[in-house]
Ligand binder design. Structure first.
Ligand code: URA
Length: 433
């Protein structure tokens, strides 16, 4: 077999066999196939796509490139959740305690933020003392005892994806549905949960800019999951505007606690409850109405908040943040971003808000960058609200006042004030099983 022939075959749009896909992934991991050859193949895949069986095979080949986590001791109760990424998306911090407090088991590996999108591990590290690295034994023990554990993805989980993703990132080959689906699902399958709920984001702050593409990606991932005997449900949710009022790591922990106290912003609370209900429905094998009721009661009874405390305690974090939530608010310097006229907030561009948060120090431009866990934005008004000139729209936090200028300019581009009341923004487009 020769990589040259495989590239040629894909260039003509033909289907690759399982053996050919194994040859590519194994050869690339061994160093027998060069980056420039894989780049060429990736571009051919971007242009000519892959069939369902090619996508499944690619997922399997990537999955087999490294370690996998064995969660079989948790039986059918183990359930994972994955968001395709967004701005202000702190749902894992809400969903994991809700599901665990209702009897599900969430043993989850998460990532860090890059560019305008945030990552759960950065948010958790905003809690003083919180350990995001545990060994397998500790990880499993906490999954059994507490029911919720979230750690950083281990070094050797799907190394083929790490290598391929780094290459895709610099060769304009990220935006391909089979490549994204196999990349995400190989990591989810390696993480070991029996069921998976996918939150596929659509809009200006997401990879998928149209509902149609988001659905295609969701379906591709569901099919992969099925072929590996995992239950998969996908929610297609809006990421045109940020989710919730807070963007930035410690601020998002603040907001997650508010939701678990029953005082959360409506859209964020709704998405978190829908995700939790889908997870509980699969893990406990109950219908969605019963699962929704359970999730709601876990908040109103305080059980979900208690579960978050147990999780933070088990991972070494400071517990006083629950009762002293304000200690999570902000940095040395604040800046009030104010309305320049009267009217309705008719647009809050999620991507630009994410970039604004990054400019304040909450996110990374490059993987190696250090972040400031306390930087970010706290919106006081959001999409559809009426504001008067001079009203604060958002409070910005940073450790250096010189950062506010660029951040405020970015917000000028993100926010549109209009005389006309905007129509309601769809929150959940679809739920696909
Ligand atoms: N997230 C991933 O993990 N992989 C992709 O290819 C795109 C988004």
């Amino acid at each position: 077999m020769r990589i040259y022939d495989i590239i040629t075959k894909k260039r003509y749009g033909a289907q690759l066999s399982g053996e050919e896909i194994d040859f590519v992934i194994n050869g690339y991991m061994r160093g027998d196939i060069a980056d420039y050859q894989i780049s060429s193949l990736l571009m051919a895949i971007c242009i000519n796509s892959m069939s369902e069986s090619e996508t499944n095979h690619l997922t399997k080949a990537m999955l087999n490139s490294g370690d996998t986590v064995d969660l079989s001791s948790l039986g059918d109760l183990s359930v994972d959740k994955h968001s395709t990424g967004g701005v202000g998306d702190k749902t894992t911090l809400i969903v994991a305690p809700i599901v665990a407090s209702c009897g599900g088991r969430v043993a989850k590996m998460s990532g860090r933020g890059l560019g305008f999108t945030g990552g759960t591990i950065d948010k958790l590290e905003a809690i003083d003392g919180f350990k995001t690295v545990l060994d397998q034994k500790e990880f499993l023990a906490q999954a059994k005892d507490v029911g919720a554990v979230v750690i950083a993805q281990s070094g050797n989980l799907v190394p083929a994806d790490k290598k391929l993703y780094a290459l895709r990132d610099v060769t304009a080959t990220v935006e391909s549905i089979p490549l994204i689906a196999s990349s995400i699902m190989s990591k989810k399958l390696a993480s070991g949960a029996k069921s998976i709920v996918l939150d596929v984001k659509v809009g200006r702050g997401a990879f998928m800019k149209t509902e149609d593409d988001a659905k295609k990606l969701a379906l591709a991932m569901i099919k992969i999951g099925r072929s590996f005997d995992r239950g998969v449900t996908a929610l297609i949710t809006n990421m045109d505007i940020p989710l919730g009022y807070c963007v930035g790591n410690s601020l998002e922990i603040y907001e997650a606690i508010s939701v678990l106290k029953g005082q959360g912003e409506k859209r964020l609370t709704t998405v978190a409850l829908e995700l939790s209900a889908s997870m509980l429905s699969m893990a406990l094998k109950i219908d969605i109405e019963e699962a929704t009721k359970m999730a709601q009661e876990s908040i109103s009874s305080g059980r979900a908040l208690e579960k978050l405390q147990q999780m933070i305690y088990a991972q070494g974090g400071r517990l006083d943040i629950i009762n002293n939530q304000d200690s999570l608010l902000g940095d040395k310097h604040t800046y009030e971003y104010r309305a320049t006229g009267d009217g309705y907030i008719a647009s809050v561009n999620a991507e630009r808000v994410g970039t604004c948060s990054m400019l304040l120090g909450a996110g990374r431009v490059k993987k190696e960058d250090k972040i400031n866990h306390r930087a970010g934005l706290f919106f006081k008004k959001s999409y559809g609200d009426y504001v008067k000139r001079g009203d604060t729209i958002a409070t910005l936090y940073a450790n250096d006042i010189s950062l506010f200028y660029g951040a405020a300019k970015m917000l000028d581009e993100a926010i549109l004030i209009s005389e006309e009341k905007p129509s309601d923004n769809i929150l959940i487009y679809d739920i696909i099983k």
